[in-house]
Design a protein around this ligand. Structure first.
Ligand code: AKG
Ligand code: FE2
Length: 280
C-alpha cells in the first residue's frame, strides 16, 4: 500500500472522503450566507431565510443584478471571515499538509471562496468558471506548493465540481494566456484526460499547484459554494533560494471609496460614552 504521501506525489492529488468535520464546514458556509444576507436586505429589501437554499440563492442572484460592486465586495468580505481563516490555519489542515510532505507550511494566498453559478456572471461571460490552469502560475511559491479544495455543499458533476488531470503535475509549467485567473492553458489538452471529481459534504481534495484542473460545468440553478486554500513549504530549497517570492499582491485603494466620509458627528456617535447601565 502506497502511503498517502507517495500517492500524492504520484497522482498529484488525493480526494479524501469524509475528512472534514461537517459542522466546521457548515459553520463557514453559514457565516458566508449571514454576511451576504445583510447586504441582500440592504440592496433588495428581502429578509431571506439563509437555510432555504433556493430562496437564499435567488436573492443572491437579485443582489448580483442590482448592485454588482457591492456583490463583489461582499464576496471578498466573505473570504475574510474568521471561521474560514480559523479553519485554514487549524491543526487539521497543517497536519494534513505535513502528512503529504509539506514540512513547514506557510500560507500561499489568502483563503478563498467561490460562488459558481452562471447566474452570477455578466452577460453570458464565462467568468464564473475557470479554464484549465495550474495554480502555481499565480502563486509562484515552493515547488511543492499545494492547494486544498472542498465544496460546502454536496457537489458532483451537475454542480460543476472540479475536474483534474491526474499526474499532470509532472508535465511542467504549461504555457498560458495570462498569469491571472482569467485565461488558461494554451497547450492542447484532451477533454478525456480530465476526471470529474464528486464530493459529499466533508470530502476534501488536496492537489499539487502544478496539477492541471478546471471548473466543472454547473448546469443547475444552484450555486456551487467552495473553498480554496493555498500553501507553500518554507523548507523547500528552491523557495528558500529564490528568497520566498510572494506573487500575490494586496494593496489599498488609491482613493477614498466613500467620498466625504465620515463626518465628525458620525465619529462622535461611534465613540460616545456608553449609556448608563440599566438599574439592576
Ligand atoms: O473552484 C473552481 O471551479 C476552480 C477553483 C480554482 O481552480 C482556483 O481557485 O484556483
Ligand atoms: Fe485553480
Amino acid at each position: 500500500m502506497a502511503t498517502l504521501a507517495e500517492q500524492f506525489r504520484q497522482e498529484g492529488f488525493l480526494l479524501l472522503r469524509n475528512f472534514l468535520d461537517k459542522s466546521v464546514v457548515e459553520n463557514i458556509y453559514r457565516e458566508a450566507r449571514e454576511i451576504f444576507a445583510v447586504q441582500i436586505k440592504r440592496v433588495t429589501g428581502r429578509v431571506v431565510d439563509i437555510d432555504n437554499r433556493d430562496e437564499f440563492e435567488s436573492a443572491m442572484f437579485e443582489f448580483f443584478e442590482k448592485d454588482f460592486p457591492a456583490f463583489r465586495n461582499t464576496g471578498v468580505t466573505v473570504q475574510h471571515s474568521l471561521s474560514l481563516h480559523r479553519f485554514a490555519v487549524s491543526e487539521k489542515i497543517s497536519d494534513l499538509l505535513k502528512e503529504v510532505g509539506i514540512d513547514q507550511p506557510v500560507i500561499g494566498a489568502r483563503p478563498a471562496m467561490q460562488f459558481n453559478s452562471r447566474f452570477l456572471s455578466k452577460d453570458g461571460s464565462k467568468h464564473w468558471k475557470l479554464d484549465a490552469h495550474q495554480d502555481w502560475r499565480t502563486g509562484q511559491g515552493s515547488l511543492d506548493s499545494t492547494v486544498i479544495w472542498f465544496p460546502m455543499v454536496d457537489a458532483g458533476a451537475d454542480l460543476g465540481a472540479l475536474q483534474v488531470i491526474p499526474r499532470s503535475h509532472k508535465t511542467g509549467l504549461l504555457e498560458s494566456t495570462t498569469s491571472g485567473y482569467q485565461g488558461g492553458i494554451t497547450a492542447d489538452l484532451k477533454d478525456e484526460d480530465f476526471i470529474q471529481t464528486e464530493f459529499q459534504l466533508g470530502d476534501l481534495l488536496i492537489f499539487s499547484a502544478f496539477l492541471v484542473h478546471q471548473s466543472g460545468n454547473n448546469i443547475t440553478r444552484n450555486i456551487r459554494w467552495s473553498v480554496q486554500l493555498r500553501f507553500n513549504n518554507l523548507a523547500e530549497p528552491t523557495f528558500i533560494e529564490r528568497g520566498y517570492p510572494m506573487a500575490y499582491i494586496y494593496k489599498p485603494e488609491a482613493e477614498l471609496v466613500t467620498p466625504n466620509f465620515p463626518s465628525v458627528e458620525q465619529l462622535e456617535t461611534v465613540f460616545a460614552s456608553s449609556p448608563a447601565p440599566a438599574v439592576q
